[in-house]
Design a protein around this ligand. Structure first.
Ligand code: ADP
Ligand code: ZN
Length: 517
């Protein structure tokens, strides 16, 4: 468990840098700001109403302990097989063994071999866990029963447990089959609206049903979660989900194979370079890649272009990451502020993290409610160090620093709020988890856990942020010429390809020696 925790912490730190480094300016200027909060409120309300509508009929079904959802079986899916899955080699290897078992359970019985009672696939959403479970059923030609852990989670004690039994009863009737339980963590962790009795009963029902298959009837239970850390340890014990397979985000080569797979049925223009796209799409899941290709195909179809071109793919890439461009509505004054803010991010990124590739700087409002954004593609790495984390904090704070340097204290905008929040998250990670502020051996969180009563985290984060803010503000001050030039170009063009932005920056750097490689 400890190792898992460490791995998770490392992952968080790595993810902080590996995630496509997007710096948004959330609605700079009061007008855009209110549009953003309106949009948020609207979404929240709509979500609530939809939830209430869904709840209504289900609660009636609960009263008699019958669920129309539990045990909903789908016919075998002959079309879904392993050829529809790219990457994920390790998971596929395991699933191929299981396919053999489903095809010939008697062979395994003869050898006295016991297949894992359950297989747990864990990893970020959209990495193909559901797809692989379906493909396994398809390959083996057996029915596929899919359910989500949240379907079991009910207010009334015993309902979840009876749903579990109902599901397994149906599965047993079907003979060999694959049972897929998505979001298994919903069963394994405490919910506010559910008594722990209910949770325990549901979980126990699942565990006892699973041990019923011990002799091997050809039933495979596959569960998926993106929160293995939140899972009840009871689920992971031997005889339960004792095979655990990580399904991580695809690396560059894997992204290429996913892109190739999903573009098989799509006409691509001759010059299209999927390798370039694979290199760009750092930290995207298989689902996002599939979505990106689909967006590009839609755009090409709308133009009736005959084939999907590079520009379709690039536009789809930005749309997938940041939301579609929308026409600019900011006043001239606001444009200058947004452009300066974004130029600050871009300049700091060029100076402090030249290994990252600047892809686009834009002051066009994005579909996600940003007033402008910077997109840079991080170099792929497995480890991050203190310098890199500090530099990332600087890049995040650079938008605000550029505003302050250029327009003074009075002009600070609300747009930097998410930058500040993310910088604070990184600072907290460094101070609380990684021992990277102050004493190198002190992780405040670990210390508090072992010794209790350690304080000072907030002060340490604050000092770290202030220090990094001063550093980046100093840097931008030295390079005020480049900042002005880039902001000016951005105000004019509204959106710049990263390569062009870098040219402008490099042409205006005050000190030749500082020019990054
Ligand atoms: P998860 O269950 O991990 O959240 P899904 O299996 O629902 O992810 O993936 C959604 C879609 O994304 C799939 O139907 C498929 O189109 C695409 N996809 C994800 N991962 C892969 C992959 N490794 N190979 C091919 N397609 C993938
Ligand atoms: Zn910003």
């Amino acid at each position: 468990m400890k190792r898992l925790y460490q791995a998770l912490t490392m992952l968080t730190a790595a993810a902080a840098l590996a995630a496509l480094a997007l710096s948004f300016t959330l609605g700079s200027g009061p007008r855009a700001q209110s549009a953003v909060s309106q949009a948020l409120i609207f979404t929240a309300l709509a979500g609530f109403v939809a939830l209430a509508l869904l709840r209504g009929p289900r609660e009636r079904a609960e009263a008699v302990g019958v669920s129309r959802r539990a045990g909903k079986s789908q016919p075998p899916l002959p079309k879904c097989d392993f050829t529809r899955v790219a990457a994920n080699d390790e998971a596929l290897q395991s699933l191929k063994e299981l396919r053999d078992y489903l095809r010939h359970p008697e062979k395994y019985r003869r050898y006295g071999a016991r297949m894992p009672a359950g297989v747990l696939l864990y990893g970020p959403p959209g990495t193909g866990k559901t797809l692989m479970a379906k493909a396994l059923a398809g390959e083996a030609g057996v029915p596929f029963f899919a359910l989500s852990g949240s379907d079991f989670v009910e207010k009334y004690v015993g309902v979840g447990a009876s749903r579990v039994r109902e599901l397994f009863k149906k599965a047993r009737k079907a003979g060999k089959c694959v049972i897929f339980i998505d979001e298994i963590d919903a069963l394994g962790k405490r919910r506010d609206d559910m008594s722990s009795d209910e949770r325990d009963q549901t979980l126990n029902a699942l565990l006892s049903e699973m041990s019923g298959f011990y002799t091997g009837d050809g039933v495979i239970v596959i569960a998926a979660t993106n929160r293995i850390d939140a899972l009840d340890p009871a689920l992971l014990r031997p005889g339960r989900f004792d095979r655990q397979i990580e399904v991580g985000l695809p690396g560059r080569a894997q992204r290429l194979s996913i892109l190739k797979l999903h573009s098989r049925n799509k006409p691509l223009e001759a010059g299209v370079d999927l390798e370039e796209l694979a290199a760009q799409t750092v930290s995207m899941s298989g689902a996002s890649l599939e979505n990106l290709l689909n967006e590009a195909a839609l755009a090409a179809a709308v133009r009736d272009a005959g084939a999907i071109g590079r520009s379709d793919l690039q536009a789809a890439f930005y749309k997938t990451v940041a939301g579609a461009d929308r026409p600019i509505t900011a006043t001239d004054g606001e444009r200058r502020i947004i452009a300066t803010h974004e130029a600050g991010h871009a300049l700091a990124s060029r100076l402090l993290m030249p290994e990252n590739r600047l892809a686009r700087v834009s002051i066009l409002p994005s579909g996600r409610g940003a007033a402008g954004y910077n997109l840079s593609i991080p170099a792929e790495r497995v480890m991050v160090d203190k310098n890199q984390l500090e530099n990332q904090i600087c890049v995040l704070l650079a938008g605000r620093a550029a505003e302050q340097i250029t327009f003074g204290d009075g002009a600070l905008t609300a747009g930097a709020s998410s930058d500040l929040a993310r910088a604070a998250e990184l600072a907290s990670l460094m101070v609380n988890e990684l021992g990277m502020a102050g004493e190198p051996a002190v992780s405040l969180k670990a210390l508090a856990r072992s010794c209790g009563g350690v304080s000072g985290a907030a002060e340490a984060c604050k000092a770290l942020l202030a220090q990094q803010y001063a550093r980046v503000a100093g840097l931008l001050g030295e390079q005020a010429e480049a900042l002005r030039a880039l902001a000016g170009a951005l105000t004019q063009a509204e959106s710049l390809e990263g390569g062009r932005a870098v040219e402008i920056i490099d042409a205006h750097l005050s000190n030749e020696r500082q020019k990054p490689a």
